[in-house]
Write a protein that binds this ligand. Structure first.
Ligand code: GLV
Length: 323
């Protein structure tokens, strides 16, 4: 009998990554890519020392108590709001995420959503597909300029900085940001970004991109009051997490044209989407795909696997998020 650690891979992933894991571990996987309930995840985790998760599986006290053999949870995601970090630390369970490998791809997508929202690409494409385009008109789908405008960024980690660089260097934008901690002067200079208060950010941004982690403190950080501070010509982009924006308040602001447009890749309670968002025209909606290029998703899966392999073979995870 082999002494190799037993691990669970909670969702379907690249076969080549599963193959790498099988060289080190007894691997149970999820070939049908079922979305297991917390109860079923718990059952499948019995006797497992590690698990590769995708960011959707909640790791909390109840699960940790029910799975005492568990020693590491490797998220294939940079966000880890599915972890109760304090409970994991108390139980001596290591949590890891996948930073860096997705930064540029995700920043690209944030910018794509910004452009699509500001230039009304989804709305105009639906119009064309519906066979409603019968003539040119001087104001047809006239949107907002991106070049030379003011780019606001809420949350200025690696992805926020990637978006700032794209805006400043590629589109000649003035970049302002708000973050709990200010960047050092060299990074601010490289991103050509200026720290402002949250209210100034909301008031001054022509295009506001949200790239902050989801925590109890950032729940509904953009709600009716914040939307009311924004310019009526502004666009809002959320590539961070559902729950950071009050989706019902946003749908109402979009419908009443209190802001011009939005681009959303993440939703409160996804994969459900607030029904009001589905009926307003001035929003571009994508199904949580900001990191979804093949190369980046493969790098994320490999980094999650490397965390498991490093932890069990060298006693050290590469990118831990637990203390
Ligand atoms: C995706 O949302 C991630 O956190 O990587």
């Amino acid at each position: 009998m082999s002494q190799r650690p037993a691990i669970l891979v909670a969702r379907a992933i690249f076969p080549e990554v599963l193959e790498r894991l099988r060289q080190h571990f007894e691997v149970s996987d999820n070939p049908n890519d079922d979305d297991w309930s917390p109860q079923e995840l718990c059952e499948r985790l019995q006797g497992k020392a590690g698990v590769l998760t995708t960011g959707a599986q909640r790791i909390d006290t109840a699960l940790l108590q029910a799975c005492p053999q568990l020693r590491i949870v490797a998220n294939m995601a940079v966000g880890y709001n599915n972890f109760d970090v304090a409970a994991m630390a108390a139980a001596g369970v290591v949590g890891t995420n996948t930073p860096d490998v997705l930064t540029e791809t995700t920043a690209d997508f944030g910018f794509a959503l910004l452009l699509a929202a500001a230039r009304r690409m989804a709305e105009s494409e639906h119009f064309l597909r519906a066979g409603r385009w019968d003539r040119w008109a001087y104001d047809m789908f006239a949107g907002q300029d991106v070049h030379g405008s003011t780019l606001g960024i809420l949350g200025m980690g690696r992805i926020g900085q990637g978006i700032a660089r794209r805006g400043a260097h590629g589109f000649g934008m003035r970049v302002i940001y708000h973050n709990r901690s200010r960047l050092d002067a060299a990074t601010e200079a490289e991103c050509r970004a200026t720290w402002v208060s949250k209210d100034d950010l909301l008031r001054q941004a022509d295009h506001l991109v949200l790239v902050l982690p989801y925590t109890p403190q950032s729940h509904h950080v953009i709600g009716a009051a914040e939307l009311a501070l924004m310019k009526p010509t502004a666009t809002l982009v959320n590539i961070a997490r559902g729950g950071i924006v009050d989706d019902a308040a946003l749908a109402q602001a979009l419908r009443e044209r209190r802001i011009a447009a939005a681009g959303l890749d993440v939703f409160e309670g996804e994969p459900r989407v607030h029904p009001d968002l589905l009926t307003v025209p001035n929003v571009v909606l994508t199904p949580h795909i900001a990191s979804a290029t093949r190369a980046t998703r493969l790098a994320m899966a490999n980094l999650a696997a490397d965390n498991l392999i490093g932890f069990f073979t060298q006693g050290r995870a590469l990118t831990p998020v637990t203390p």
